[in-house]
Write a protein that binds this ligand. Structure first.
Ligand code: CDP
Ligand code: MG
Length: 139
């Protein structure tokens, strides 16, 4: 089924000029970038976005990292987009990521791991709504 997922190209990747290379991996996997913008995430936005991790020891560092530089927020569309993008991204820790995945190719470490992707269709809808209005998404 055609569905949408939410993606973030994180500050470690924008800093190293990897937006285009990451978008190539995304498009080569058959996912269509139907919305995209480069923003600076506010402290409040990052805290809300990662609220589910608020009790984890890395939360403070994660919020600091996500606000440390520009990010590119995206909506991706395609067959089974949520699961497909998780596969294309690779494991959270790049040391465990499969060959050819974005994190294997580009991530610095488990924190600075270049990309975010939604983990369910429900979360995809919520995350897309946090950063995009309907008219910004052109499918
Ligand atoms: O991003 P993903 O869904 O693969 O992983 P997560 O478990 O939902 O964690 C969210 C983000 O927190 C990761 O992508 C990392 O940037 C960060 N993280 C970290 O800094 N240290 C960890 N041990 C685990 C996650
Ligand atoms: Mg996650």
């Amino acid at each position: 089924m055609t569905e949408r997922t939410f993606s973030i190209i994180k500050p470690d990747a924008t800093k190293r000029n990897l937006t285009g290379k990451i978008n190539t991996v995304i498009e080569d996997a058959g996912l269509r970038i139907v919305a995209q913008k480069r923003i600076r995430m506010s402290d409040a936005q990052a805290k809300t976005f990662y609220e589910v991790h608020a009790e984890r020891p890395f939360y403070g560092e994660l919020v600091e990292f996500m606000t440390s530089g520009p990010v590119v927020v995206q909506v991706l569309e395609g067959e089974g987009a949520v699961a497909k993008y998780r596969e294309v991204m690779g494991a959270t820790n790049p040391a465990q990521a499969a060959d050819g995945t974005i994190r294997k190719l580009y991530a610095n470490n488990v924190g600075e791991n270049s990309v975010h992707g939604s983990d369910s269709q429900d979360n995809a809808r919520l995350e897309i709504a946090q950063f995009f209005t309907d008219d910004e998404i052109v499918g």
